[in-house]
Write a protein that binds this ligand. Structure first.
Ligand code: SDX
Length: 428
């Protein structure tokens, strides 16, 4: 017998189907609610609302579980590399040798940008926020790859996905070089994905930068951990934009815009700024905790809390361990790590945080590692975008391939004025 939920409204009772997920999650299907009752549901910020069914990523926020296509993030962090994870998320299985070789080749071939992009970069002020440039440049890719605006076969999709994943890295590096007043460094076809990015970031025309293995591994790990996170704000944005049949480039450019916010991907920058203000003597860790608890302060403990995780964010646990390993290997002694650990220690035993189940999230430790490997703070959220690109593409594809998908168009409860007449100027 199919499970249902019973709803009675204004004396009328209806049965609503219950959808059960592969991990036992249940959802009440209200797609016929308005037709049957005239009512809609109201759930600002969608905390209780599923926007879709998805087979890409599973999170259990109470248990601190995160799996990409069923594989635990802990195993992928230890055993996989970013490009393999990108394929897993997008195509639903770990790549076979020939698939990985083909995809890697596509990434290498597609690393360069059209020379005209240089003029586009030169149109930005030198101190332009890298996230503004990134979303603009990703959208501009639609102009240079018009044959990929319609993706109706597997070959075209795979090539477009590779172009986006490869070029986001080049665009990011170029935006950094532009901000430093340095010449663009062309990609090196002999380098793998992360090493090539670091080369484009830090090489000079007269001297190539070959990243030490521990730096390359640390950045690979960061990208793996950021690769997808089900229906987060920016991924939901990609899905909403894509639901109008907008092309994949422009949908992902919209994802960059949503990720920029300090409540979302912008938090990794805010965490570093918070830690540095403590380090400079602005605030003690305890004062930070007290401020975060004071509703009137407008201050939040950045890198803490999560809409879904009401336990440790598994990514934060992995990043915290990696912080120690990477900084030790690099011989970096960063006082900000000690401050972060002190904040975590204070928060985890403070009733305000305990009652609200506020734990460190992915942004709390990621910046300390990125700082140690030389990524400038204003590029942290750009790195998050590079990591999340495969997840955005995977969700865009999952929706694009769903023949039943419709344009996203939520309803509202109107609270404005009832009917009024127009008032001519001389009577106002
Ligand atoms: C990411 O969704 C994803 O999956 C996102 C992400 C991904 O991979 O895509 O995981 C990446 O965005 C991580 C989150 C990064 N943002 C931050 O670190 C910013 C600081 N965190 C908060 O702004 C907040 O925790 C959010 C935005 C992350 C979650 O917001 P919610 O779910 O709307 O929670 P809420 O604001 O309703 O908080 C519930 C309570 C409130 O107190 P009460 O009104 O119940 O008294 O907890 C408090 C909040 O004031 N609270 C905090 C807090 N986070 C929540 N108080 C102080 N400091 C904080 N950081």
């Amino acid at each position: 017998m199919a499970r249902t939920a019973t709803l009675t409204i204004d004396g009328k009772t209806i049965e609503l189907p219950i959808v059960v997920g592969s991990e036992g999650e249940i959802g009440i299907d209200i797609s016929k609610l308005r037709e049957q009752t005239g009512a809609i549901t109201l759930d600002p910020s969608f905390g209780n609302t599923g926007a879709c069914k998805s087979a890409i990523t599973f999170i259990d926020g109470d248990k601190g579980i995160l799996r990409y296509r069923g594989i635990p993030i802990e195993q992928l962090a230890e055993k996989s590399r970013f490009i393999e994870v990108a394929w897993l998320l997008i195509f639903g299985h770990l790549p076979k040798k020939d698939e990985l070789a083909r995809f890697s080749q596509r990434l290498t071939q597609n690393a360069p940008l059209h020379e005209a992009f240089k003029h586009h970069f030169e149109g930005f002020p030198v101190n332009a926020p890298p996230m503004a440039m990134l979303s603009a440049m990703i959208n501009t890719l639609s102009c240079f790859h018009t044959h990929f605006l319609q993706l109706d076969d597997a070959e075209a999709f795979e090539e477009a996905a590779a172009r986006l994943i490869s070029k986001v890295r080049t665009i990011a590096a170029y935006s950094y070089r532009r901000s430093m007043g340095k010449p663009f460094i062309y990609p090196d076809p002999n380098l793998k994905y992360v090493a090539n990015f670091l080369h484009m970031m830090f090489s000079e025309p007269y001297q190539q930068y070959i990243a030490p293995k521990e730096v390359e591994d640390a950045l690979n790990l960061i990208l793996v951990l950021h690769a997808d996170h089900e229906q987060n704000c920016s991924t939901s944005t990609v899905r909403v934009v894509g639901s109008s049949k907008a092309n994949m480039f422009t949908s992902c450019a919209a994802g960059v815009c949503a990720l920029w916010g300090p409540l979302h991907g912008g938090a990794n920058v805010a965490v570093l700024e918070m830690l540095e203000s403590i380090y400079r003597g602005g605030l003690t860790p305890q004062q930070c905790i007290e401020l975060a608890k004071d509703k009137n302060s407008g201050f939040k403990l950045m890198g803490f809390g999560h809409r879904v995780y009401k336990n440790f964010d598994p990514r934060a646990k992995i990043l915290k361990e990696s912080c120690h390993k990477v900084l030790n290997k690099l011989g970096v002694n960063d006082p900000l790590l000690d401050i972060a650990m002190k904040l975590e220690e204070l928060a985890l035993k403070d009733q305000y945080f305990v009652d609200r189940k506020l734990y460190p999230n992915v942004d709390f430790y990621s910046g300390i590692i990125m700082k140690a490997i030389g990524i400038p703070v204003n590029m942290f959220t750009v790195m998050f975008s590079i990591g999340r690109m495969p997840g955005w593409i995977a969700h865009w594809k999952e929706q694009h391939d769903d023949a039943t998908a419709r344009i996203s168009r939520p309803r509202q409860i109107y609270t404005g004025p009832t009917i009024t007449d127009y008032v001519p100027m001389d009577q106002r």
